[in-house]
Unconditional design. Structure first.
Length: 245
């Protein structure tokens, strides 16, 4: 059985959930606390990082990069696809055209990977990680007495504007962030922006090109289930789930 160890507001977990949904796959979900990994998670991945994908054949794929690259290979490989979802389902479901790392040239595909790293490393470090730590962790772990660090949040908010400006620049120059086709770069960026949007941190009206891009990817069926999920005690703004903001 295909299964995913994740946290519902972990952007890297979200990126893999979106990618799986784009492939028509719905894994069984096991939620983990990213700040206090269980021994069971550490036995699978000593680093304690999420996500971890449990393939139907019992193999593990660890981390958003490795999983996304495997999925992109598996969609064109019957043997890998069978290992991923089980041989009994593989033959009927491998008619897939989506590529997560599209491009006519190696340089085009390298651009996708550059942007994936931009969001999963730079944006995560400068924005998402701080928003999760300061606004989500206290609610998730029921630490109601903890107050967010205002200085950290101001810094994250300022950094977020920089990333929104860059998204807007790319979206205005290109059809999708990395080029003519939607890619894992768009999925990764949308995963991070959806987390920031959940905590009400995104000033969409000031970044119309970024907003229009996010509205397009937010409207895809692959994101719908993510936008319905909630952290108890921390509700998103009213526009979070709306397709027209």
């Amino acid at each position: 059985m295909l299964a995913l160890s994740h946290f519902r507001l972990c952007p890297k977990s979200r990126a893999i959930r979106i990618a799986l949904a784009e492939l028509g796959l719905s894994p069984q979900l096991t939620e983990e606390n990213p700040w206090t990994p269980r021994p069971q998670l550490l036995s699978l991945n000593p680093a304690g990082d999420l996500p971890v994908l449990h393939m139907a054949d019992g193999s593990l794929l660890i981390g958003s990069y490795a999983i996304s690259e495997f999925l992109d290979e598996a969609r064109n490989d019957h043997a890998l696809w069978g290992r991923l979802i089980g041989p009994e389902d593989a033959e009927a479901s491998l008619a897939l055209s989506i590529s997560f790392f599209p491009g006519a040239t190696a340089e085009d595909r390298a651009e996708v990977r550059r942007l994936v790293a931009w969001f999963h490393e730079k944006c995560d470090r400068e924005v998402t990680r701080e928003l999760l730590l300061e606004k989500v962790r206290p609610a998730f772990e029921r630490h109601a007495s903890e107050s967010p660090n205002a200085e950290y949040l101001r810094t994250a908010q300022a950094n977020l504007r920089y990333h929104l400006d860059y998204i807007g620049f790319l979206a205005h120059q290109r059809r999708w962030l990395a080029g003519d086709s939607m890619s894992f770069a768009d999925i990764s960026a949308a995963a991070h922006m959806s987390v920031a949007d959940y905590v009400g941190a995104v000033p969409w009206d000031h970044f119309p090109h970024a907003r229009d891009w996010y509205q397009r990817i937010k409207s895809r069926k692959s994101m719908r289930s993510l936008l319905t999920e909630r952290i108890a005690g921390l509700n998103p703004p009213a526009h979070y789930e709306s397709l027209d903001f």
